[in-house]
Design a protein around this ligand. Structure first.
Ligand code: NAI
Length: 739
């Protein structure tokens, strides 16, 4: 259906009549037109919210304001601006996309909203998007619909089209106007990765025309609009670089660039994410052609993607994340305390990383170890992480010096009297940790929270040696601290709500994603990984080659396979964790004896250059000698890739099910948050238990029954899984709170 300018008003009117009056009224309170001389200023200020969103009601309201501006002969130019302190427009309303996906939205109805920006583009008067703060998705598409873009130099100003992160493509003209404005290659880079750029980069790319200080944005935008009002000059698309010009003239040039992009996407995603592939297809089909046809192709592709399980799962993950942002980690009204001054005990791999993270977020930190050599190692760990940011131009070297100055090394407990928090990250030994906690109690104020980064020891037992066990809590970071987003906040038997709430709030200040977990061996993530890693060894012993196994799991969507992961973690560490889990949970967690044998041979993994693989300059090679250690049994013909995948993944599902059953997490979704942010579990599958729900408990159960008979009792299904199968229920149907 083609919308002409004449039919436009009627179509929009129809659309408006279908909207709820409350939505229309909210939009009227959130968007308005101000007149500044001959310049019309459309202001976005979403009522009652921190962010401006492009709901359908807001789009219609925006359209009405465009019409008002157009029909006022005294308005000669237009500025679109936000009143929010750090957001221009955060994008389309994702809640609405979710409801649309479950209904029967057609490309036609999407195109009606899409046409609002076409209307903006075709206004007879020039328009400027004045951008301060985040301009995401639909916000950027609105800005692209304007003739010009002015952005502030603030670090808060970030521009991007992150739709692929939700399994979608830009659906309001982004795949059309961005390539026309900045060229094919740069657009593909932004659209396919969903990454954002600051205003400096955006200017270099041609995405914005002018940069101004934040405090002058409105003033400068109006001044510029006044100039434009004199000439009435509209945007003219021009191909920017010479390369782009050549691309445009060489037959098949667009195809070549798109083909290259497709190869890169396939390599990175194994084809598991349909959205970037669809974006390439749309751009390949439409680049250089008429925009109205392009917009139609874009809308059709958007509708197609919206109903894919991948998009629905990625939107589910988006909501999981939103849930974490709002969750205080405790029920009821509990206040948390601010952490401004902390200490880290143990300056090893983890301690150095934690100190770096604290310092990067402006927290002053005392870094204590047994001697200066050890402290220097911790310093080195921290500095290396900062240096990477400097090398990538994400940080100035002067800021590196300031941040490092926030870390003060010490071998004594000096300065411990005024701390808000101490995080212990010394060696994994209960006696050492107990002695540290006893000493700490003598040195810190009564109000200081005492956290441990232990990966397997009991927080409750550790707390039992202190006089105030209520202030003792687990703060389990994952390695490497600067990259892994998850923090498990461990609630010991006597940990206070205030301690949990403070650690949850502080984890968020650090930019991490916290989940609250009850004290239990391996907590949640390592416990779920335990049987998975053991199973990898069983499979090696049954003749599956490491590369084959890793490929199966990468294809499933994990960032790396279990053999690569074991080498990354270190066989000594993995073996130690398995022993703890075996001790706690018995036979089903028993590590195959071969694991200990490999450790004895000092094949400890990547850190020593050889483990399951041989490691050379970040490359992994299979090692026939090593494979012999696991045995020479040929792989059975019925041990297909599919079976390998199920054996590995189902054991994780089964263990996660037990964690839910035992009430270790506060809600089922916490398992999925933990697995996605702690292990990189395939986000397009929505998380481990969301994936289990998509298969259905019955399916999993019938496979597990076969596996028990064939491979042993470790596949015995959990009670909850059996109940779900009998009652035809899903994990996400179970009572959300288990505490
Ligand atoms: P590491 O061996 O690299 O560092 C431990 C540091 O603690 C050493 O510098 C050592 O000198 C110091 N230390 C030992 N006794 C001490 C004492 N009494 N007072 C002060 N410092 C003392 O160990 P890593 O890997 O950093 O692990 C530290 C903790 O973090 C352990 O509890 C470990 O289980 C946990 N963890 C480790 C992870 C990993 O992947 N390495 C992941 C998550 C947690």
């Amino acid at each position: 259906m083609e919308l002409t300018r004449e039919t436009f008003h009627n179509e929009i009117k129809n659309f408006r009549s279908q909207m709820k009056p409350e939505a229309v009224s909210l939009a009227e309170q959130s968007l308005f037109l101000e007149k500044k001389g001959s310049v019309g200023v459309i202001v976005f200020d979403q009522a009652g919210e921190k962010a401006n969103k492009l709901s359908s009601a807001n789009m219609i309201r925006f359209f009405e304001l465009l019409c008002q501006a157009e029909s006022d002969p005294t308005i000669k130019a237009l500025v679109v601006i936000s009143k929010k302190p750090s957001i221009f427009i955060a994008g389309a309303d994702i809640g609405e996309i979710r409801t649309l996906a479950s209904g029967s939205t057609s490309a036609d109805s999407l195109m009606k909203l899409q046409s609002v920006f076409t209307y903006l583009e075709n206004l007879p008067i020039p328009s400027i998007a004045a951008i301060h703060g985040a301009s995401m998705g639909g916000g950027t598409e609105l800005a692209l619909g304007c003739d010009y873009r002015m952005a502030t130099d603030s670090p808060q100003t970030k521009i991007g089209l992150p739709e692929v992160m939700l399994g979608l493509i830009p659906g309001w003209g982004g795949t059309q106007r961005m390539p026309r404005l900045i060229g094919l290659e740069k657009s593909l880079d932004l659209i396919l990765t969903g990454k954002t750029v600051d205003s400096g980069k955006a200017k270099k790319m041609g995405l914005v025309d002018k940069i101004v200080p934040a405090e002058y944005l409105e003033e400068r935008a109006i001044a510029w609009a006044n100039e434009l009002a004199q000439t009435g000059k509209k945007r003219v698309y021009e191909t920017r670089s010479l390369k782009e010009k050549i691309l445009g003239t060489v037959p098949g040039g667009t195809w070549l660039v798109c083909d290259q992009a497709r190869k890169q996407v396939m390599e990175k995603t194994k084809g598991n994410f349909p959205a970037p592939l669809k974006a390439i297809e749309v751009i390949r089909k439409t680049y250089g052609g008429p925009i109205d046809k392009g917009l139609k192709v874009e809308a059709e592709a958007f509708i197609e993607l919206m109903v894919t399980p991948e998009s629905q799962n990625l939107i589910h993950v988006f909501y999981l994340n939103e849930g974490v942002k709002k969750d205080k980690g405790v029920e009821g009204k509990v206040s948390s305390r601010t952490v401004g001054h902390a200490a880290v005990i143990g300056a090893g791999v983890m301690g150095g990383g934690i100190a770096q993270l604290f310092a990067a977020k402006g927290v002053r930190v005392r870094l204590k170890d047994v001697n200066w050599d050890a402290i220097m190692k911790g310093y080195h760990v921290a500095k290396k992480i900062f240096q990477k940011s400097v090398d990538r131009r994400k940080m100035k070297s002067s800021d590196l010096d300031n941040a490092m100055a926030r870390i003060e090394g010490t071998t004594q407990y000096t300065g411990f009297g005024k701390l808000d928090l101490v995080v212990e990250a010394a060696v994994e030994n209960m006696e050492v940790k107990k002695s540290i906690f006893k000493q700490l109690e003598e040195k810190v104020a009564e109000t200081t929270f005492l956290a441990t980064n232990t990966s397997s020891l009991s927080v409750t037992e550790l707390a039992s040696v202190t006089r105030h066990p209520q202030r003792v809590v687990g703060m389990h970071f994952f390695n490497p601290v600067d990259k892994m987003l998850l923090v498990e906040v461990i609630r010991g038997a006597q940990t206070s709500d205030e301690a949990v709430a403070t650690l949850v709030a502080f984890s968020k200040v650090l930019g991490k994603t916290p989940i609250v977990v009850k004290d239990s061996p391996g907590f949640v993530v390592n416990r779920i990984l335990g049987p998975y890693l053991n199973e990898a060894i069983h499979l090696l012993m049954e003749g599956v080659r490491p590369r084959e196994m890793d490929a199966v799991i990468e294809q499933f969507g994990m960032p790396m396979g279990p053999c690569a992961l074991i080498d990354e973690v270190g066989l000594d560490v993995a073996s130690k964790v398995s022993q703890v889990l075996y001790g706690a949970f018995g036979e089903r967690m028993k590590p195959p004896a071969t694991m200990a044998q490999v450790v004895e041979q000092k094949r400890l993994g990547k850190k020593v250059g050889k483990g399951i693989y041989i490691h050379n300059n970040n490359e992994r090679h299979e090692d026939e000698e090593m494979l012999k250690v696991f045995g020479t049994k040929p792989r059975a013909t019925d041990l297909t890739d599919e079976v390998v995948q199920r054996r590995l993944i189902y054991l994780m599902i089964n263990e996660a099910s037990r964690c839910v059953e035992e009430g270790l997490v506060r809600q089922v979704s916490d398992i999925d948050v933990g697995m996605i942010f702690g292990t990189g579990f395939a986000p397009f599958r929505g998380g481990l238990l969301k994936y289990a729900d998509s298969l259905g408990a019955e399916t999993i159960l019938s496979d597990l029954d076969v596996f028990v008979r064939k491979y042993g009792n470790r596949f015995q299904p959990s009670k909850l899984l059996q109940e779900l199968a009998v009652n035809k229920k899903k994990f996400y149907d179970t009572k959300e709170s288990h505490q």
